[in-house]
Design a protein around this ligand. Structure first.
Ligand SMILES: Nc1ncnc2c1ncn2[C@@H]1O[C@H](COP(=O)(O)OP(=O)(O)OP(=O)(O)O)[C@@H](O)[C@H]1O
Length: 618
């Protein structure tokens, strides 16, 4: 799509969200001026927008600076959370629109270390247990009790076939995402529950109609026992948070009673034996069956706690394990591609940061390619302001990892979030160092393409503080790549919209080193004002604004930004690459010439860290 056409689509989208949905199509068709493909394209985007909103895909509340790590949140009813550092005006925006968003599971909810195989094994365990129970029930019915009605076997046989098929699928080599495992697990439990309840309903009704209350009651007691086994098996085999485990096992516990209630309501004449039984024993049916229900609910609580404990212990065990020569000490954080751990080399004992690619990500060829490129290219660069790579490897479980220098300190995103916008002199001090790191990459013909505050660290290195370190070369490309590279084949947006250059946002032009200069200008803007130049709305809105809207001068967002620095930032943020600094070294020189450039130095940095962040400094 040409930039002009892209802009037209974006403009129409922008306007269409304001039009009454009932009249939207007619309005859109008229505004498309008879261009059917334009009309269809904008309709498609609107539908995605609405779907994303309905499904609850929102930007993370705490992260103004990093839209690459959007998460799925379960409560779309809440007001749209304004990013911590975003301007107050963001309150009225629509929910996040994420047509091309890299959506990841919420960190923590997603078992990420070596967990694919574990989840597979445990789900297989649960399936096999259900098959064994069902086969035993069948065998008992027809071999021991000699149940005469062969039709009653049908649901059980179908269940065995379905569970067996799932088992075969799980034995296969195909990789599944955590969401797929979750769906398979819930589907399996749901099917088992439906079949058992159906069988309970049929058999109890059959015996009740024949007036055989003793056997009807026996069927109920057996169902309670089967629920007991299922509840315990779930607790042992299904890796879960306690909330999810509780919702599943409580449902299993209540199912025999819900079925009983259904029988009572639908066939009161056949189920008269229940009240008779109560009367004979001097109690009510509720008292009679309530005790069983209470025991099952206690078991369900116990099993939920068990599921949670097993999952927690396994996670701790995994985190304490060794990866080759490295011992994982603690988790530092998680990004779009995987987790980063503080680790220690077995012999050198030096601390390092170990980045582990998420197992479900490793299943995607493109992601692995990105990971390998990140390692290779970063390792080739040797500037002191670029993070140093120590090692690269693959675990026995097939997980990829690389090891880099550990950076005590804070990312620029965290720095601004915790302490607010930086004084201009300090921003210049950090930005100049990033310019030098970028100069080396650009000279090697590489464009970083993902410059953002979370990818730059203010760190303590070699006894000095506020040493800027540039990380995450995962999106780096040689200058003058193919056009429109920003959307991957899987439809993910590559890069971070709030810090993307207009040419990256529209994908309409070749991206060169001046694209990084734009992103660095956006980082400067963020450091000085506490918010990126464009932060309102979802992804498409931001991309539209980046491509089209003029940038509000930083001093209008936060008074006190010096004129000379403001001019530099606005020049970096020019829509046309030709209007920006031609080279990152020119930018560095311009920053060095700012009046505030001498306001910050190593001594002031050391003092600041000792007072404000003594722990991070340590
Ligand atoms: N070398 C390092 N030293 C110390 N902490 C690090 C290091 N590298 C990353 N981290 C921390 O680990 C966390 C995850 O980093 P990662 O690079 O995966 O995330 P990201 O850059 O936010 O995400 P993405 O890769 O999607 O852009 C971040 O909070 C970051 O601060």
């Amino acid at each position: 799509m040409t930039p002009e056409r892209w802009r037209r689509v974006a403009e129409l989208f922008d306007e269409a969200v304001r039009v009454d949905p009932a009249a939207r199509d007619a309005w859109l068709r008229a505004s498309s001026g008879g261009d059917e493909t334009l009309f269809q394209e904008v309709r498609r985007l609107l539908a995605q927008d609405e779907r994303a909103e309905r499904d609850g895909f929102l930007a993370p509340p705490e992260s103004a600076a990093d839209t690459a790590t959007w998460v799925r949140r379960p409560a779309p009813a809440q007001p749209d959370p304004a990013p911590a550092a975003a301007p107050a005006s963001s309150g009225g925006r629509r929910r996040g629109f994420t047509p091309y968003q890299a959506i990841q599971d919420e960190p923590g909810a997603n078992p990420s270390l070596g967990s694919r195989d574990l989840a597979r094994r445990r789900l297989r365990g649960l399936t096999t247990t259900c098959i064994v129970i069902t086969v035993l029930i069948l065998a008992w019915k027809y071999a021991v009790v000699r149940d005469p009605d062969p039709l009653q076997a049908v649901p059980y046989v179908m269940l065995i076939v379905a569970l067996g098929t799932l088992d075969v699928v799980l034995y296969g080599m195909r990789p599944f995402s955590p969401a797929a495992f979750e769906a398979m697990e819930l589907g399996m439990i749901g099917t088992v529950a439906v079949v058992y309840s159906f069988a309970q309903y049929q058999t109890m009704l059959d015996f009740s109609l024949r007036g055989d209350a003793t056997r009807a009651q026996l069927v109920f007691n057996h169902r309670v026992l089967v629920s007991t086994v299922l509840i315990l098996s779930y607790g042992i085999y299904a890796p879960s948070s306690w909330r999810r485990a509780a919702s599943v096992v409580v449902s299993i516990a209540l199912l025999p009673f819900v079925t009983l209630l259904a029988l009572q309501v639908l066939h009161p004449e056949a189920m008269g034996w229940m009240s008779r039984l109560g009367r004979e024993r001097g109690s009510t049916p509720l008292a009679h069956f309530g005790f069983d229900a209470m025991l099952l609910l206690i078991l369900a609580a116990w099993s939920s706690h068990g599921a949670y404990t097993i999952t927690r212990l396994r996670r701790q065990a995994r985190e304490a394990r060794r990866l080759g020569q490295y011992r994982l000490v603690r988790r530092l954080g998680a990004g779009g591609m995987g987790e980063v751990h503080l680790a220690e080399h077995q012999f050198l004992k030096r601390p390092c940061a170990l980045k582990l690619i998420r197992p479900d990500f490793a299943a995607e060829g493109k992601a692995l390619e990105r990971f390998e490129r990140e390692v290779r290219i970063t390792a080739e660069l040797s500037h002191p302001n670029t993070v140093e790579i120590y090692d690269y490897g693959r675990t026995e479980d097939g997980e990829y990892f690389y090891v880099m220098e550990y950076l005590p300190g804070l990312s620029l995103e965290d720095l601004v979030k915790r302490h607010g916008p930086l004084p201009p002199g300090r921003a210049v001090y950090l930005l100049r160092q990033v310019c030098l790191a970028l100069a080396e990459a650009h000279a090697a013909g590489l464009v970083h393409r993902d410059i953002k505050p979370s990818n730059i660290f203010a760190s303590r290195r070699g006894g000095a503080d506020d040493v800027a370190k540039l990380l995450d070369f995962g999106l780096v490309r040689a200058v003058a790549p193919e056009r429109s590279p920003e959307l991957s084949e899987e439809g993910r947006i590559l890069g971070t919209p709030m810090f993307m250059s207009p040419e990256q946002a529209t994908g309409g032009r070749e991206v060169d080193a001046r694209s990084d200069i734009y992103s660095l200008g956006a980082v400067a803007y963020y450091l000085l004002t506490g918010a990126p130049p464009f932060a309102e709305g979802g992804t498409i809105r931001i991309l539209i604004a980046v491509a089209r809207d003029p940038v509000a001068p930083p001093s209008t967002r936060r008074p006190g930004v010096p004129d000379d620095l403001e001019r530099i930032v606005l020049k970096c943020l020019a829509k046309e690459p030709d209007d920006r600094f031609p080279d990152v070294r020119d930018l560095e020189r311009a920053l060095a010439a700012c009046a505030c450039a001498g306001d910050w130095d190593a001594d002031r940095a050391a003092h600041w860290w000792s007072v404000q962040e003594p722990e991070a400094k340590a």
